[in-house]
Design a protein around this ligand. Structure first.
Ligand code: GLV
Ligand code: GLV
Length: 324
């Protein structure tokens, strides 16, 4: 019987897959502290962790028995992959199952900021609504506008598919251009990064985080955006220089922003929450009931497979398994 450390309460269906093992589950309604993580890993053969858990080299070196780190997320920027690989520890993530849910939330945010849904909700609740008015909370149209997508992986493509229904034009950038048939299917035009930023009426980010893309959307690139454009981010907060974004929004150099992720999550850059032209979500891109169950199951299954000597479907560092 192996010992599995689970850093947060997860959907039941994930736990069920692991019931033959000894489970240590953080009972607190908050992330584990670094010390709890190090403590929990002293005996653990497997770790099922969240994107908020920083699994760095020091943590990994404190885990003598660890064979797998299963991140219940698609992004793995919270894990020192290299340190895991050196130790022969398999790292897995949960791509695919959260693609549609994350694309849905991207559109929820885009529509919310364009049509001022959250402002409207506050307005009604505060008792200010005293009847239809021609200039009340007017926002931006979507149809005929250009959606700029940076990062055209599974999630970026799922966002693009939805844009067709809204009658938008799509321009995109990622390092590797899509095959022609995918571009044709999505009616998406490939442009250099800065041109995507210049042309977008709505700019949305769907790339993973790695140090080279830190502050990809910096002050200079914010300056390239149209003053009528909106920025949407459901990827990772550090893609954007949040301080520069606050200043741009405050000066109305861009029309608005809708964010699900933050540079110093869960902390917000001062000033951000005071702005009317932003919609803020608490990192809930994948937060649909069925998606979260599927993510928990995928992470749990990866653990079962590694402990059983099998290869999981989504391994981030496959060279570890090839080595045997
Ligand atoms: C969410 O941000 C994830 O990486 O799954
Ligand atoms: C999500 O599934 C992605 O890898 O884009």
């Amino acid at each position: 019987m192996a010992t599995i450390f689970i850093t947060r309460e997860i959907p039941e269906s994930g736990l069920k897959l692991l019931e033959k093992h000894k489970l240590i589950v953080n009972p607190a309604p908050r992330p584990v502290t670094r010390q709890e993580l190090v403590e929990g890993l002293k005996e653990a053969d497997a770790l099922l962790c969240m994107l908020v858990d920083k699994v760095d080299r020091e943590v990994i070196e404190s885990a003598p028995r660890l064979k797998i780190v299963a991140n219940m997320a698609v992004g793995v920027d919270n894990i020192d992959i290299e340190a895991c690989t050196e130790r022969g520890i398999v790292v897995t993530n949960t791509p695919g199952v959260l693609t549609e849910a994350t694309a849905d939330l991207t559109w929820a945010l885009l529509l919310a900021v364009a049509r001022r849904v959250v402002e409207g909700d506050r307005y009604v609740r505060e008792g200010k609504f005293n009847g239809w008015a021609p200039l009340l909370l007017v926002g931006a149209d979507l149809h005929g506008k250009t959606l700029g997508i940076i990062g055209m992986g599974r999630i970026g493509q799922a966002v693009a598919r939805r844009a067709l229904g809204f009658g938008m034009n799509i321009v995109y950038y990622q390092r590797r251009r899509l095959p022609l048939h995918s571009e044709q299917e999505l009616k998406a035009t490939y442009l250099p990064l800065d041109d995507v930023i210049r042309e977008a009426d709505f700019l949305t980010l769907h790339l993973p985080y790695y140090p080279e893309v830190h502050h990809l959307i910096n002050r200079e690139r914010l300056n390239l955006m149209k003053p009528t454009a909106y920025l949407i981010n459901t990827a990772r907060g550090a893609h954007i220089d949040e301080q520069a974004l606050v200043e741009h929004l405050r000066a109305r150099k861009i029309a608005g922003a809708a964010l699900d992720v933050y540079e110093r999550e869960p902390h917000l850059t001062p000033g951000l929450a005071e702005l009317d032209n932003v919609v803020l979500a608490p990192h809930t891109g994948s937060a649909s009931a069925s998606t979260r169950s599927l993510m928990a199951e995928m992470a749990a299954l990866s653990i079962v497979q590694v402990l059983g000597g099998e290869k999981p479907e989504h391994v981030v560092n496959p060279e570890v398994l090839g080595r045997e």
